[in-house]
Design a protein around this ligand. Structure first.
Ligand code: C2E
Ligand code: MG
Ligand code: MG
Ligand code: MG
Length: 280
């Protein structure tokens, strides 16, 4: 009957909400032990200089393998970590591991590269963030220019004054500052003059739509020109095809990142990739 169909529909909707909630709770409860159980590791994805084809750095990307949930992607667990506050301890772990790893590459293998670390808006609520990062650099003896912090507009939208203060301290010390997912937010253009950015990363969505129309190509070219005029480094994210790589190279985009050049992988894989090229 009509009545029971409606009931079923209601029931179905309810069950799906219920299961979303329980997945969320499960992620949160598993995540609270993930650090102690050594379930979190960093993978590294290369940045390529488009002119020389050489690897010049890497982005550190968090990976979580849990015995019950399996591999959980960061887009699923980072928002939960941010809402629960767990991102503070996880974020510290990410900073420490990336800085320690990069310092080791520099010292033991004479690697000349920088590593970019994603920082959550929640971490910027701690006014000690800058001094914490500088202490880690000093402790592991990593030159500040070998670290880049990647932030999104979300950082600038909350407490703008505090974000500016933290970023200015880091920039003055030589740490590089990068604006991630550029073009997906609201008023990125005014941020470019107000905050001490070194780099902007053109969001992957602009790259994946390059083949669709010449207007999309014109837009990407315009972003690259603007960045160059502002003396900013510019990275194109999500390069998957030779056509995309050729396009950004001809448009004089300095740096590329994407599956075509290398997927995020274990630190050993990145080390091999960068050592192989310096020997030739
Ligand atoms: P993001 O910082 O914009 O990182 C780029 C994402 O694009 C990564 O996804 C990377 O694996 C993916 N990617 C790179 N090249 C390609 C490509 O050619 N094709 C496609 N389809 N994807 C590509 P991932 O590792 O799943 O991370 C997703 C997001 O999670 C990151 O976006 C970042 O916002 C966040 N995240 C990852 N690690 C951390 C971390 O340590 N801390 C914080 N706060 N956020 C993190
Ligand atoms: Mg990033
Ligand atoms: Mg991005
Ligand atoms: Mg992103």
């Amino acid at each position: 009957s009509k009545q029971s169909a409606a009931d079923n529909q209601y029931q179905f909707f309810n069950l799906s909400m219920q299961s979303q909630l329980s997945t969320r709770l499960q992620i949160e409860s598993q995540l609270s032990n993930a650090l102690n159980n050594n379930e979190l590791v960093l993978h590294y994805q290369p940045f390529i200089c488009t002119q020389s084809g050489k690897v010049i750095g890497a982005e550190a990307l968090l990976r979580w393998n849990n015995s019950i949930l399996g591999n959980v992607p960061p887009d699923s667990f980072i928002p939960i970590a941010e809402q629960s506050g767990l991102i503070l301890s996880i974020g510290n772990f990410v900073l420490r591991s990336a800085i320690k790893q990069t310092a080791h590459w520099c010292k033991a293998h004479q690697v000349d590269a920088y590593v970019a670390v994603n920082i959550s808006p929640v971490q910027f609520r701690d006014e000690q963030l800058a001094s914490h990062i500088l202490e880690l650099l000093e402790f592991y003896e990593l030159p500040p220019h070998c670290l880049e912090v990647e932030i999104t507009e979300g950082v600038l939208l909350q407490d703008e004054a505090q974000a500016l203060e933290i970023l200015n301290i880091l920039a003055k010390s030589g740490v590089r500052i990068s604006l991630d997912d550029f073009g997906t937010g609201y008023s990125s253009l005014s941020y470019l003059q107000k905050f001490p950015f070194d780099t902007i990363k053109i969001d992957r969505s602009f790259i994946s739509s390059l083949a669709e129309s010449s207007r999309n190509q014109d837009l990407v070219s315009a972003i690259i020109s603007m960045a160059r005029n502002l003396k900013l480094h510019v990275v194109a994210e999500g390069i998957e095809t030779i056509e995309q790589s050729d396009f950004i190279t001809h448009a004089q985009c300095e740096i590329g990142q994407g599956y075509l050049y290398g997927k995020p992988d274990l630190p050993e894989v990145f080390l091999q990739q960068i050592l192989k090229q310096t020997k030739h």
